[in-house]
Design a protein around this ligand. Structure first.
Ligand code: ZN
Length: 292
């Protein structure tokens, strides 16, 4: 028989444990510095079975197949209801989401991922370089890491490597490892088709630089400079018809498409814009690399 004192002691220890676990899982999303980024945006069909379901700037893509759907990126934690509503407005079932992908493990693309996984049971697939950051909600991020998660950690079902294929129904996406922005930032290349033709689509993670530190002052990511160099060179060689990105502003969504516009995949064919932006990012990279 347990004495009252022992019972109290056990209760005390278990409360301590609960508190410890709660603080170990504490999630505080960074202050929303760009409120317009997460403003709702009307969903629309980009090309074939590919749809835009993101917010004004935090791009999310839905690829619809008879075997269920693939969702790339989620926006902020609070974007959950917007994305769900967008998917349903287009006439699809939120519960049909089977695969979850992200172009980078930052909170503005991962915020609602854990909740969406819980609600849909979809499988989370992540580039190996971002696997620890996804699993700890951003604590181990080389630039923004710390003791508090920036988004709810997500259990990973499959780790992806450069060139791996993600299949669902007749869809086949190739994951391209484009590290630098995060250690496992990545792009997805795939074909979609409509009645007229097929389109090769690149959902690109553009290699923007997030740290103010010199590359040589980032012990948490010793290979950062060579990763950016690799990514810029690899991205320049890619061939595609339609270019999309993690942020709508990067591929100028609002210039190419107005809410209510008729279906017009050709609006997103923009090699020149892609090359110009990559060249610009290369200039920024070299400037930082050569800064003393
Ligand atoms: Zn980012």
């Amino acid at each position: 028989m347990l004495t009252l004192t022992l019972k109290r002691a056990l209760l005390f220890v278990s409360l301590l444990l609960v508190n410890f676990l709660a603080s170990a899982q504490e999630v505080i999303e960074p202050v929303n510095a760009h409120p317009e980024w997460s403003r709702p945006y009307p969903p629309f069909k980009i090309a074939g079975n590919l749809y835009y379901v993101g917010t004004y700037d935090l791009a999310c893509y839905l690829i619809v197949t008879p075997k269920g759907n693939i969702l790339i990126n989620t926006g902020l934690a609070a974007s959950l209801s917007t994305i769900k509503a967008s998917i349903e407005t287009l006439g699809f079932k939120f519960s049909a989401t089977k695969i979850l992908l992200t172009t980078q493990a930052h909170h503005d693309h991962m915020g609602a991922m854990a909740a969406i996984k819980k609600l849909t049971g979809a499988k989370m697939m992540v580039d190996e370089g971002d696997s620890s950051v996804v699993a700890d909600g951003g604590r181990s991020d080389y630039a923004f890491g710390g003791n508090i998660s920036k988004y709810a950690p997500v259990k990973i079902d499959r780790i992806l490597h450069n060139g791996d294929t993600i299949k669902l129904g007749s869809m086949k996406l190739v994951m391209l490892h484009h590290p630098g922005h995060t250690k496992g930032s990545c792009s997805f290349l795939f074909d979609v088709k409509d009645k007229e033709r097929s389109y090769r689509v690149l959902v690109a993670n553009m290699p923007t630089i997030v740290t103010d530190k010199k590359f040589s002052d980032i012990p948490a990511y010793p290979g950062i400079a060579s990763d950016y160099e690799y990514t810029i060179a690899a991205m320049k060689k890619l061939r595609f018809d339609i270019w999309l990105a993690s942020h709508a502003s990067q591929f100028e969504l609002q210039r190419k498409h107005q809410p209510g516009d008729a279906y017009n995949p050709v609006a997103f064919i923009d090699r020149k814009g892609y090359d110009a932006q990559l060249n610009d990012l290369q200039v920024q990279f070299l400037k930082k690399l050569n800064s003393k």
